[in-house]
Design a protein around this ligand. Structure first.
Ligand SMILES: [Fe+2]
Ligand SMILES: [Fe+2]
Length: 253
């Protein structure tokens, strides 16, 4: 800035200077590019910085996303990272009404956290892995199983192949071989019915007027989810980095 500037020019210059100082470069992970069918070479951070020398690649929090607490809890992830949770909240309420044990209510509440906050494909496997250190082994097993069992009816409990799957995947869709193989293993497992119960309560619109708040399950989470005191992502567990990937999804390295 110099002395010949008008007041408004000074204000503009100051604003420009501040925005330059705050500028940052987002370089997406390969997974995002592949999802856009983009096979081009990864963006060159050096070339991008040459155009804007004050900018830096993201190594900290992403200012575009809601800030997370230093020691995030599962509930913080629901509030600040997961998308709308109506579906899992309704599933959990449905499980409560059916008299399912608390840990199965938790399983229904968490069954789709991967589609809500992480990766869609194989979401049962990812979701189970995310919670494995913090919940009963049966809950992990059931979450993994639900996405497989969703493809297979079980008349004994009144579970039919979802009509929505016929619509969204086409009537001729058949699950992949590894899903079929897992189904054969899962149907003979001692916890088969736990995985099956998630599918029974995995309902998309049992009552569109029912509004369920997460607070309804605060105690169930408190009693059945071993929240690490260091916060999810910072407890040195085998899955901590996966939670950190949701906290900072565009971290450069
Ligand atoms: Fe699911
Ligand atoms: Fe679901």
């Amino acid at each position: 800035m110099n002395d010949t500037m008008t007041l408004s020019q000074r204000a503009d210059a100051l604003e420009q200077q501040m925005s330059d100082e705050l500028d940052y470069i987002v370089v997406k992970s390969r997974l995002y590019s592949l999802a856009d069918a983009d096979m081009s070479p990864p963006p060159n951070a050096g070339a991008m910085m040459a155009k804007n020398p004050k900018a830096r690649v993201l190594m900290g929090d992403d200012p575009r996303l809601p800030a997370m607490p230093e020691k995030p809890t599962l509930i913080d992830f629901f509030h600040y990272r997961f998308g709308p949770a109506t579906h899992v909240l309704q599933s959990a309420r449905h499980a409560v009404n059916a008299g399912l044990p608390e840990k199965m209510v938790l399983a229904c509440l968490l069954h789709d956290i991967s589609t809500m906050g992480f990766i869609r494909g194989d979401h049962g496997y990812w979701g189970a892995q995310l919670v494995e250190p913090y919940v009963d082994e049966e809950v992990t097993w059931a979450i993994r199983a639900h996405q497989v069992l969703r493809f297979y009816p079980d008349e004994a409990v009144g579970y039919e192949y979802p009509a929505s799957y016929v619509k969204t995947f086409g009537a001729d869709y058949r699950p992949d071989d590894y899903v079929e193989a897992d189904y054969k293993r899962m149907r003979d497992h001692k916890w088969y019915m736990s995985g099956r119960m998630i599918t029974v309560h995995d309902i998309y619109s049992f009552d569109p007027n029912v509004h369920v708040e997460l607070e309804e399950f605060t105690d169930v989470i408190g009693r059945n989810f071993r929240q690490p005191k260091e916060g999810l992502g910072f407890d040195n567990s085998p899955v901590a980095h996966m939670w950190r990937a949701m906290i900072r999804p565009a971290k450069y390295l």
